[in-house]
Write a protein that binds this ligand. Structure first.
Ligand SMILES: C[S@@+](CC[C@H](N)C(=O)[O-])C[C@H]1O[C@@H](n2cnc3c(N)ncnc32)[C@H](O)[C@@H]1O
Length: 407
């Protein structure tokens, strides 16, 4: 293993910013990589990979370093060094684990680190690096499916694209990106996945709106809503519009998409993306009170409720969220989900359809909410189908979707 001090220092600083200053990992990496134009592609990959790996395996790394709470830079260097010692074993890589003889690594005893690593392996919450309460909740709610799901959620996610059929098609995008570098995905008609990780945001075809980056599981949600050209569709938790853009493409720019959210900045970003995507049938609306929802009663042929959730189905993309999530948040967010589901459903017309979706592996945010809804509203609603994607089973992020029809 060849390490360069400047790159290690940058990585150590990034990890410190994430854990000490409580900054978001993807933002920290983005800003850091922009700050030094001299770094080449390999340097950037080194910093990004090692930062994400350390965030992902944080509890394990602290355990093998015998550091409970790191606050100063020396400790972060030690944690980095410990990760380099166990990394080849833990990620099954064919690289050696000998550290350079730098002063910064002088506190580390490689033999002891490896002993502690062997001790950690049988303890799932440490070996899989997850807070006690998430491990316990996962086990309670997923039973024997939890260990494999948790393990899969700790693997880095592939880069998946959704080809924007308003502007291009899968064959053209394949050629533009290099047909030998991408693959199609069975059952997800507009998806292309990179064989090797690649940053696509700088490419001309991205700037031209030929594709968006969107996980395969997420790409199943808009079609699940049974979209046909000409329909009027509401996406009530639209965020920055990943699924709104897909809905507009499935409508072939006919009918209408009304994208709503409670956060204005997300809707502004959505409008920017809609323009790049060549979307012409979409409007945004900020939700400022429940009156806005009542005012749209009975207007939608289709309603998407992509509700806020724990994000425990997308941990491989946002590994820092496992350290930031708190038990109390789960309780609160379930109430918000229920509130959205039971109030916003009034926007659907008779005979219209609604999809309730989460990016959580937990039934309490997903199947249980729909079961509760059907118990209360079974006279007015029919549950047509439910579907779950699983990182362990199909390699897609962990999404849940339920399709309901208003009688
Ligand atoms: C899972 S995210 C949506 C992701 C988005 N649909 C996409 O595909 O990119 C959930 C969204 O719900 C929004 N939200 C939270 N509470 C809400 C509420 N009461 N009504 C509507 N949207 C809400 C959040 O701001 C967030 O953007």
């Amino acid at each position: 293993m060849k390490l360069y001090k400047g790159l290690v220092d940058a990585t150590v600083q990034a990890v410190m910013d994430i854990f000490v200053k409580n900054r978001q990992a993807d933002r920290v990496v983005e800003v850091l990589l922009k700050s030094n134009k001299k770094w080449g592609a390999r340097d950037r990959a080194f910093i990004a990979e090692n930062t994400y790996e350390m965030v992902r395996w944080w509890r394990l790394i602290k355990y093998v370093s015998s550091i409970d709470k790191a606050t100063d830079k020396d400790e972060f260097w030690t944690l980095f060094g410990a990760w380099q010692i166990i990394k080849p074993l833990h990620l099954k890589l064919e690289t050696d684990n000998k550290l350079p003889e730098w002063e910064e690594f002088s506190r580390l005893n490689a033999e002891h680190v490896l002993e502690l690593y062997a001790q950690a392996l049988p303890i799932r919450k440490i070996a899989e690096s997850i807070p006690d309460w998430i491990d316990q909740t996962g086990e309670e709610q997923l039973g024997n499916k939890w260990p494999s799901e948790l393990h899969a959620l700790n693997q880095p996610a592939p880069v998946v694209l959704r080809v924007n059929t308003l502007k291009s098609n899968i064959e053209t995008v394949k050629q533009l990106l290099g047909a030998e570098d991408v693959e199609t995905i069975d059952g997800v008609p507009d998806a292309l996945v990179f064989k090797k990780r690649r940053n696509v945001f700088g490419s001309e075809s991205f700037k031209d709106g030929f594709f968006e980056v969107q996980d395969a599981g997420s790409q199943l949600i808009a079609p699940f809503l049974d979209i046909k050209p000409g329909l009027s569709v509401i996406d009530a938790c639209a965020g920055a519009g990943g699924k709104s853009l897909h809905l507009a493409a499935l409508l072939q720019n006919s009918g209408s998409v009304l994208s709503m959210d409670i956060e204005e900045n997300k809707l502004t970003e959505l409008q920017r993306r809609a323009k790049r995507n060549g979307v012409t049938n979409l409007e945004t609306m900020l939700i400022t009170s429940e009156e806005i929802i009542h005012g749209l009663a009975g207007t939608a042929d289709r309603l998407l409720l992509d509700v806020p959730c724990s994000g425990l189905g997308v941990l491989r993309r946002n590994p820092d969220s496992k350290w930031k999530l708190k038990t109390q948040f789960l309780e609160t967010i379930r109430n918000v989900q229920w509130q959205i589901l039971s109030t916003y459903c009034t926007m659907v017309k008779k005979g219209g359809k609604m999809v309730y979706a989460t990016c959580s592996v937990l039934p309490s945010e997903s199947e249980d909410q729909i079961a509760r809804f059907m118990k209360k509203h079974g006279k007015e609603w029919k549950l047509l189908s439910q579907h779950r994607t699983s990182v362990a089973n199909d390699g897609f992020d962990g999404f849940y979707m339920a399709l309901l029809q208003k009688k």
